[in-house]
Design a protein around this ligand. Structure first.
Ligand code: HMH
Length: 209
């Protein structure tokens, strides 16, 4: 039987938990997160999403036509997301013209290297990246304003359906992939989980008020 996204979640529960449950998100829920921590996340995540957009474009280019609808809708959502990040940064008087922190750089490097991998691997990693935020932002439950807006962006029902479609498409690709490619996809899933955890920790570590 071929590998599926559901099996990956079952096989690595601890790793996935660490990717999606973090004090950063818990403190957004309670409102205890410090502005320096939140703003670090916001700016670094904008820089991440710029490179994630390029990953999405390469995924579309590698995909079968049956997968275009979901991926084109995803690119449309990313366009809105980039503009929304710029608005949020402006509200907070943050400059987005900033260097990537090493953790963000490592994650972006990983996404760039995915270009060399077969479609099934790219599709699995892309699903995992979106699902990490879909779960991470909704697991804590209702967040204190202004963080509720951020939780809703990735936790809303429409986004949840989109992520389910991404899982189906990754499963489709994995089903026809050779064993070695399925193993690469499993490895990519583990790397995404690890990098998600590190990304939260990077923002959480920010010093200052
Ligand atoms: C670090 N992972 C990170 N940032 C994001 N915006 C997403 C996933 C979801 O797009």
């Amino acid at each position: 039987m071929s590998l599926t996204c559901a099996q990956l979640l079952q096989k690595y529960p601890q790793l996935w938990q660490e990717a999606t449950v973090h004090p950063f998100l818990q403190q957004c829920k309670t409102g205890e997160i410090r502005p320096s921590q939140f703003n670090t996340w916001l700016v670094q995540d904008y820089l991440f999403v710029v490179d994630f957009t390029r990953l999405a474009a390469r995924l579309l280019a590698a995909s079968p036509v049956e997968h275009f609808d979901t991926l084109l809708a995803g690119l449309g959502a990313i366009k809105a997301e980039l503009n929304w990040f710029r608005e949020k940064a402006e509200e907070r008087s943050l400059t987005l013209n900033t260097a990537k922190q090493p953790t963000c750089e490592t994650y972006c490097q990983f996404m760039a290297e995915l270009a060399e991998q077969p479609y099934a691997v790219q599709a699995t990693a892309f699903w995992a990246i979106e699902y990490a935020y879909n779960q991470g932002w909704q697991l804590p439950g209702a967040m204190t304003p202004p963080y509720d807006e951020f939780a809703d962006r990735w936790g809303n029902p429409g986004f949840t359906v989109y992520v389910q479609l991404l899982a189906q498409q990754a499963d489709d690709a994995l089903q026809v992939a050779p064993e070695a490619v399925q193993q690469q996809a499993e490895q990519a899933f583990q790397t995404v989980a690890q990098l998600e955890k590190e990304f939260w920790q990077m923002a959480f570590n920010a010093e200052g008020p």
